[in-house]
Design a protein around this ligand. Structure first.
Ligand SMILES: [Fe+2]
Length: 458
């Protein structure tokens, strides 16, 4: 890549920062700092710093992101810039204004001419992830594969991203093969390890999933806080085997050992506690610190995905006033904004949060009323299929508790066909059928759950 700077050191440190970011290392910011020390006017250094701050998805960083955009523009004005660099500034500016679509169009424009621009590639990939656009999570990578080969540095990272996109589109066989190829190229590729883990989770291959995480643990456990997400995946595998003590142990000693207010950390934690409580496990006072942190970010409105998890914490901890205020604020944010992200906030994020609150307040009928029409649009709140599943389970649980067993039965019929290796699916299906006096159906479903647990006991 060509950069507008006379400092070779700045470019070298910048490349190190990008490699560190792709590898989920902890020193991304350190490398970037060195790049900007070598050349304080380094345009792409300012762009990258703005983008990395933007990825934290918190309102408190808005001013600093704006300052990076100003610095990058000043560099372009005084030192010149390539068209690619100008497009990067414009993309960050659009993103800063919450115009995801505008940012994505610019990153895609860059990639048409510069398919090796891995910063644009990864940012576009994250954009599609948070707009729930599975097809483009996969195809944004597929569109540049022609330019990459085994001799291109970073090829493994690109395959890792492609593997995840294949998995999100349900192409599990190809996802697994490509993911393993990426790990073979670079055994330290945490994202590729994660992509294969998703495949094993979606296919209910609990033992393999646990083994896969264990054998690669030395690598991913030393990465940045993304390690918490891999611990979360490990907990999901254990949870389906109904090993709740082990899940709680993992929660306390791994997933939430460090009680940060990073939205991904909060999402991992809230999603797990919610599933545990839904299953009837007492999680004690664990919601309190999560709700404290969620309340502090309740008006950030940077990602509907993050807001839904903040809402889980507020609702589960019984902070009804704070939760209602957050829902009002989300609706106001949606009304005052434009573009796809605002539409998602207004039409999906807000009713989803209202459904979470209604459920926690015991208004199960209302939860069903809010969620049933949204079922197939829930993916637009962003996140992976595995992460979104908690919202689909919410509808099932609400339908059961509201006495809407017709809806619960149809959903469980669908879910058990889609994921026949899920113990939760068969266990819940058995309960629904038993309540409907379908004794033989309930026994058959219960046996499937029992056999899965017995066959998969670790
Ligand atoms: Fe994941």
């Amino acid at each position: 890549m060509a950069y507008t700077t006379s400092s070779g050191d700045a470019v070298r440190h910048f490349d190190d920062a990008i490699s560190s970011w792709l590898g989920f290392h902890r020193d991304t910011g350190d490398h970037l700092k060195l790049a900007l020390q070598a050349d304080p006017d380094f345009l792409m250094g300012h762009v990258a710093r703005g983008c990395f701050m933007k990825l934290f998805a918190i309102r408190a960083l808005d001013e600093r992101i704006g300052a990076e955009i100003t610095a990058a523009r000043k560099s372009a004005l005084e030192g010149g810039a390539t068209q690619r660099e100008r497009d990067h500034i414009a993309a960050l500016t659009a993103w800063h204004e919450e115009d995801w679509q505008g940012a994505l169009e610019l990153w895609e424009k860059i990639l048409l001419e510069h398919p090796l621009d891995v910063l644009a590639l990864k940012l576009a990939n994250r954009g599609y992830f948070y707009l729930g656009d599975s097809r483009n999570i996969r195809d944004s990578i597929a569109r540049v594969l022609y330019a990459w080969n085994e001799d291109t540095p970073g090829h493994g990272f690109v395959l890792g991203m492609y593997a995840f996109g294949l998995e999100e589109c349900g192409d599990f066989a190809n996802a697994e093969a490509v993911g393993h190829r990426a790990v073979a190229i670079n055994p330290a590729d945490v994202w590729a390890i994660h992509a294969v883990t998703h495949v094993l989770e979606m296919q209910g291959r609990h033992r393999e999933g646990t083994d896969w995480l264990k054998t690669s643990e030395k690598i991913w456990t030393n990465c940045n806080n993304f390690a918490n997400h891999l611990w979360w995946h490990g907990a999901l595998l254990l949870m389906d085997l109904e090993r709740y003590h082990a899940v709680l142990d993992g929660y306390d000693n791994r997933i939430r050992a460090e009680q940060t207010d990073d939205y991904l950390d909060i999402a991992n934690a809230a999603s797990l506690l919610w599933r545990l409580e839904e299953t009837g496990v007492d999680v004690g006072g664990r919601w309190v610190e999560l709700a404290d942190k969620a309340e502090a970010h309740a008006r950030d409105h940077k990602l509907a995905f993050a807001d839904a998890h903040y809402m889980m914490a507020l609702a589960a901890d019984g902070r009804v006033d704070a939760a209602e205020a957050m829902i009002e604020s989300m609706a106001a944010h949606a009304a005052a904004s434009e573009g796809m992200a605002a539409t998602i906030y207004g039409e999906i994020g807000t009713p989803l949060c209202a459904a979470l609150l209604a459920y926690s307040c015991g208004d199960f009928e209302r939860t069903v009323e809010l969620l049933q029409p949204l079922r197939y649009d829930l993916r637009y709140v962003g996140g992976s299929v595995a992460q979104q599943d908690v919202f689909h389970r919410l509808l099932v649980s609400a339908a059961v508790r509201a006495g809407r067993l017709d809806i619960a039965r149809s959903m469980m019929s669908e879910r058990s066909a889609d994921r026949p290796s899920s113990v939760w699916n068969w266990r819940t299906y058995a309960r629904v059928l038993a309540t409907l006096d379908d004794e033989s159906g309930a026994v058959a479903a219960w046996r499937k759950a029992r056999d899965l647990v017995a066959g998969l006991t670790l």
